[in-house]
Design a protein around this ligand. Sequence first.
Ligand SMILES: [Mg+2]
Length: 389
Amino acid sequence: MSKITRIEIVDFRFEVDNIAQMGGGQRLGYSKGAKLPVTKNAIVIETDDGLRGEYVTNLVASPATRGEMAMLAPLLIGRDHSEREEIFDDLKREIRQWSGLGQGPLDIALWDLEGKALGASISRLLGGYRARLPAYASTYLGDDAGGLDSPEAYEAFAEECYALGYRAFKIHGWNDGDAKREVANVLHCAAALEGRMILMLDACCQLRRFSDALYVGRACDEAGYFWYEDPMRDSGRSAHLHRKLRQFLSTPILITEYVRGLEPKADIIVAEATDYLRVNPEYDQGITGAIKTAHLAEAFGLDCEVHACGPAHRHVMSAMRNSNFYEVALVGPDMPNMVAPVYACGYSDQLNCIGSDGTVPVPAGPGLGVTYDWDFIAHHSVDRQVFAA
Ligand SMILES: [Mg+2]
């Protein structure tokens, strides 16, 4: 038994080229020459026998999640690092008053630690059997600034992805509530790429009316989209709304990216409100929670689609038979993915991470199987917090 003695969280900041805020909220899109400051968190968990687990956050990074991590991290001090099931259960109860997002990164670092302790990849610990994963290119939002600013621009970018090896492509449209603009893009891309690429649409919870969700969904039906994700402004959480929408549409619905917790996801399935379940080890209480979610979907005969990207996501998906595509998100023409540039081992989630066969590899080394560039993290750090016995 080894005890957790120290946890360090380093917040670091770097710039991403050609991306800027578009209007209010978190709408990010193309802006030539812009430099967007991005903050992520690097977590290190250490034990009294010299073990070390690491994780660098991706889409879960936010001041809110960072606050939750600071609330939960002290509760790990003194505990046996390998008792992840009990830790999962305890942290889940502790964080019930808040979103729970802060639990995920800590759990992932514990899995990295266990994999390194045993000399095995997380995929192997999970019984993983897929060394490579089919992937899709998942676009940035549409803009009016020379990036993804027209159906023709989406088509051109899809062709660029096709040439790289992608055989699936997900559109995040303008998502400004203009259903007509979304429909024109849905139909244009389908006609241009018919028979060559599988297409999905993510409306990012931006359609204001049920009639708009129905109108866009019927375009997905007409064009044979693979799934229709988070249509409406309920933030993808209403069982009644999506069950009703499913009664009108033939395109499979995908929600639960914003439904937190295993049991609420089960409730959505039982209510027949979604066709695909969503899972993200960062959002869904870590690798422990993600595997439970995958098995929950499996028990109902559903596929479970992995949201966003990162080494933890790849390990989880390698052990899921009921998952179709790995999401390389977000990408666009001349628009880098905002993942932290912290990999000293060649690992990448940039657009060109895909092989010509349309797949990405699962890291094979111990734990997460990646080597973080701690010099880069230290050089770009803006804050640091240590929890110790
Ligand atoms: Mg989504």
